[in-house]
Design a protein around this ligand. Sequence first.
Ligand SMILES: N[C@@H](CCC(=O)N[C@@H](CS)C(=O)NCC(=O)O)C(=O)O
Ligand SMILES: N[C@@H](CCC(=O)N[C@@H](CS)C(=O)NCC(=O)O)C(=O)O
Ligand code: FES
Lengths: 104, 104
Amino acid sequence: SRMEDSIKKTLADNPVVIYSKSWCSYSMEVKALFKRIGVQPHVIELDHLGAQGPQLQKVLERLTGQSTVPNVFIGGKHIGGCTDTVKLYRKGELVTMLSEQDIN
Amino acid sequence: SRMEDSIKKTLADNPVVIYSKSWCSYSMEVKALFKRIGVQPHVIELDHLGAQGPQLQKVLERLTGQSTVPNVFIGGKHIGGCTDTVKLYRKGELVTMLSEQDIN
Ligand SMILES: N[C@@H](CCC(=O)N[C@@H](CS)C(=O)NCC(=O)O)C(=O)O
Ligand SMILES: N[C@@H](CCC(=O)N[C@@H](CS)C(=O)NCC(=O)O)C(=O)O
Ligand code: FES
């Protein structure tokens, strides 16, 4: 589908991608975490997309099995939500994954 | 206003009140915290109230200065959101406040 292609392009073009909702504290936490690490994620605010937001969220669920936000990808790979990302960070694995990416 | 009266009645009738959104992780966290302490809060899910939800959220903002969820009250007193409640818990003050309430 067109939306699926657009997601795949976004993931191919950006080392860190976060599908987020701007007023959601878990989304804010994961964005702040990347900022703290010094990484600038590509953020898509689903609540800023009108009717396309829920549609995109549905396609993401089909692609990843995850229906919730935030939905985090590194190097095109599905990482998970806020809790998953924080866990990886505390294990030291997040920074390792990021170092393997081509981040400007 | 009628909504303001209904809020005041809820706060008078219940020692612990949480205005919440059912799919919000911060709301889930604060509900889980009270459960862990062994307290059963009176929970109002704003997303279950149709058009009244946003209206209630606006009245709460007028009454408390807080526009966000979760919005927590103990003994009719405005406590704050998730972060504020967790802070009070870690300082030991939350359990003290709850012990001063008439909780069944
Ligand atoms: N453990 C997950 C929780 C994800 C979650 O429950 N997200 C909520 C918002 S905080 C959600 O997507 N709710 C449904 C929605 O907003 O459509 C994480 O850490 O990301
Ligand atoms: N620090 C506050 C954050 C509260 C907050 O930003 N809540 C968000 C949801 S997590 C909110 O109410 N957003 C606007 C809305 O849902 O109407 C807390 O700990 O409760
Ligand atoms: S909407 Fe409240 S934490 Fe996500």
